[in-house]
Ligand binder design. Sequence first.
Ligand code: ZN
Length: 140
Amino acid sequence: MVAKAIGCSLSYARRFSYSNERGAFQKEWSKSTQNEKVSPGARTKIINRDGKTCLRCGLGDERELEVHHILPVSQGGTNEDSNLATLCSHCHEAAHDGSKTSGKTAYVEGNFYEWTQKAEIAPEERDLPLDTGQKRISDY
Ligand SMILES: [Zn+2]
């Protein structure tokens, strides 16, 4: 009788402390990522604005496309449209100097669009033909 009562209260205590820790963890998580997060609506908007292609290599596979912060959030970048650009997963990584979580960028601040044009990617790696209306690598 007594043992049973203790067992119950122990398991209750454990459950309580578990949910407490979990709540604290979730609060911490959303705090650290709230600025990094681009809402699904904003993502679609930016990808549509950029013609559903990677701005760097021209890849047009929507499943591979990601929204990149031109000025990283860690450096004060915002979720304004002007700070967001469409890149494929591969180029997104390249934009961050190899690691999307590094907070670094492979280009000098403000030179993002120039960087996308300068990218050394062989034409055969491009899914789409070069848009003749766009500046070519040789223009720089
Ligand atoms: Zn790309």
